[in-house]
Design a protein around this ligand. Sequence first.
Ligand SMILES: [Zn+2]
Ligand SMILES: [Zn+2]
Length: 490
Amino acid sequence: MPATEEPADPAGEGPPARGRPAAQGDAASTDQTIGRIGSAIAQGAHMTQSGPGVMPGLEPPGASREAARPGSSHGAAREPAALQPQLDAFLARHEAGLIEFRRDLHAHPELGYNEYRTTDRIVAALTAAGLKPRVLPRGTGLFCDIGPEDGYTVALRADIDALPLQDEKADAPYRSTVPGVAHACGHDVHTAMVLGAGLFLAQQAEAGLLPGRVRLLFQPAEETPGGALDVIAGGGIVGVDRAFALHCDPRIEVGELGLRTGAITAACDKVYVKVTGPGGHTARPHLTADLVYALAKIVTELPAALSRRVDPRSSLSLVWGRVSAGSVANAIPDDGIAEGTVRCLDDEAWHRAPDMMRALLQSVAAAYDVSASLEYVRGVPPTVNEATSVQMFRDAAAQVLGEDGAVPTPQSLGGEDFGWYLESVPGALARLGVRKPGSTVEYDLHRGDFDVDEDCVAVGVRVLTATALTALWDGNRPGADEPVEGTALA
Ligand SMILES: [Zn+2]
Ligand SMILES: [Zn+2]
């Protein structure tokens, strides 16, 4: 559905939370919310009361209130002309605070499952805005609902952890203060963007303009990986109908959104094969089991056989990184190992891979009379973007970035644990451009000098907000979940 089309309202009436929004926002409550939001970001992001990190640009509360007040009788969601000025007004007052929030996290990065300070900052910001965040049982990461207690629900996900890398930026005042730990994957940016979108949407909800529920997911330990599983185990996607995430991409310029239907990141698992036999003299392999020969067969046959057992479009590949057996030239050893990775772009093939590999391993080992065991360690599933959700991103980008805002992006063989959510709910991950327009500096993720053009924070807030609202409106129409195009293997 085009972003400007009127939403269906099958009931013709109904509460603002689920059907049409209130005809006009409650001005008093909107003003209170806007006032709270300024202090909310400051609550979460303040560094020191006396230092330069005190949130600039957030006060005085009350400025631009008129501009920020929802003015359309149809609310912000379906009206680009209505949403943009509201976002403009919100960002005019809060963009600097959100950037300061990002810089504070950047200066104080925390590794997976140790994001206690980060969690505290997010909780403080959300609580100050009148929201009720729920911290996950392990003590880091949280989720927070905005809007009614039930109804169509859209999740916006940020990851909050940093990497075990030294920050090598020479002159950024916000560079990491923690030796050997850096936000080199942009998760500080992701966190600030989802917080900003959440605070804007909370403002909309309080004015009766949110056509459903939005859940903010601030997950720990994306890099570890596995934090998505903690969110899921903690009930974070119960009731969620659709999930969206942005990831920084230094190859794309600020103001552009990289989209792809189907697999956008790959699965990456680790495999450990152990082969055992009686061992013996190399003069008499027929009286024992020629373990090194058998191991060599396993190392060559398994990748070849796997590639013939799955759809080649799944791009399932087994590549060995370590093979070891024996210690001298004339003795057949009694054990040997092979270790490698399995990468895959197709969810179904990924699910089948361990059993297929186990069966192939046993059949090759049996042919040479050795015993073999397999330890198959799951990493993350492929992130397979659902076509309808990608279209919602595209509609949102057209609405807030212009018709040229969405650009195609290639699939990556890197892993991303957002794929765990998409095992259960439809959704999509998009690449957010963070490269300064015209810049010749080449940044990459997972490098000590990684940085972003901070204009991307406001762009991310706009995209996430418009996507959530688009998904809420479309989710409330009949037949909303029918895919519009493509397949996972497209
Ligand atoms: Zn990363
Ligand atoms: Zn990342």
